[in-house]
Write a protein that binds this ligand. Structure first.
Ligand code: NAP
Length: 280
């Protein structure tokens, strides 16, 4: 019988996940379909119950339901529980089990695009919102302990550090303090929304003093090269945009649902094609 996957969110029409997953399912000859569902907050419980009885095999969760879905699931993976957000649900022996592949996807993309052993990297995360939390907790859970967090609201960065359940050697910094010590980091991850359309000439911090050879990632994927990444490249860094995180979080979900490794390069091409203005 055809398997059914999907994504739930509000809004949902902008999501690129359906085109990315459906192309991959087709290319790999897997008899399944991935559908976007527009679910309002007040309907979330009914929607999850409906998906369960209808035999849905798995789904992604996007804004604003990543936290609210947790009490509606049968089981939640410890990392997703610590992060407090689930973006992927898998039906396992009839039960809905929640995972967070956002941080895992980001770390997988670093391993693929840069290096496998991240444990000794002196890391700076800029921003302390939901995406930063997923990345920070996942890095710590994988033994990357030297991770500082800089944020406009320093108290939010302090809260992330104080509440993390792993071993960490972390400091909360203001954006100015991060700028002043930028040269000591070998890995810098930009997670704020600064630099997105329409504010494409803004950057959260200056990178003057960056060590050439550092790896700089910005999880924004539209525009493809933010002001932050342009500056990083000028100072000799290797750069990565947010397409990698988007694709790898999807690839990990795909693998959990189908037990098949998708072609990540092809998934990237599919998204790039859509972002290039083609209607998808
Ligand atoms: P969020 O929870 O709302 O966090 C936003 C962060 O940006 C906070 O640290 C906030 O600082 C900071 N910020 C916002 N406006 C600012 C400003 N004017 N000046 C300084 N700092 C500012 O958002 P999120 O879910 O983490 O998402 C953040 C970005 O990541 C978005 O651009 C989103 O599209 C992108 N993202 C990409 C992927 C991917 O797969 N590539 C996945 C998830 C998210 P304060 O705490 O001071 O408000």
């Amino acid at each position: 019988m055809k398997k059914l996957f999907g994504v739930i969110g509000d809004p949902i029409s902008h999501s690129l996940s359906p085109v990315m997953h459906n192309r991959e399912l087709n290319e790999l000859g897997i008899d399944a379909y991935y559908h976007p569902f527009h679910i309002k907050g007040e309907d979330l419980k009914t929607a999850v119950e409906g998906m369960k009885v209808m035999g849905m095999n798995g789904f992604n969760i996007t804004i604003p339901h990543k936290t609210a879905i947790i009490p509606l699931l049968d089981k939640v993976d410890p990392l997703a529980e610590a992060i407090g957000a689930v973006n992927t649900v898998v039906r396992e022996n009839g039960l809905f089990v929640g995972y967070n592949t956002d941080g895992e996807g980001f770390v997988a993309s670093l391993k693929e695009d840069w290096k496998d052993d991240l444990s000794g990297e002196k890391t700076l995360i800029v921003g302390a919102g939901g995406a930063a939390k997923a990345i920070y907790y996942t890095l710590l859970s994988k033994g990357v302990h030297q991770v500082d967090i800089a944020n406009r609201t320093v108290q939010t960065a302090k809260n992330l550090i104080e509440n993390q359940p792993y071993q960490a050697d972390s400091q909360a910094l203001s954006l100015k303090e991060a700028e002043a010590s930028i040269g000591k980091y070998s890995l810098i991850i930009q997670t704020t929304s600064i630099g997105m359309e329409p504010d494409i000439y803004s950057s959260p911090i200056s990178l003057q003093g960056l060590t050439p050879g550092a790896f700089v990632s910005d999880i924004i994927y539209n525009p493809g090269e933010t002001q932050f990444l342009k500056e990083a490249a000028r100072y000799g860094a290797t750069t990565q945009n947010g397409l990698a995180m988007l694709v790898y979080q999807g690839a990990l979900a795909f693998e959990k649902w189908t037990n098949t490794k998708p072609n990540v390069t092809r998934m990237k091409e599919t998204i790039q094609h859509c972002l290039g203005g083609t209607s998808c």
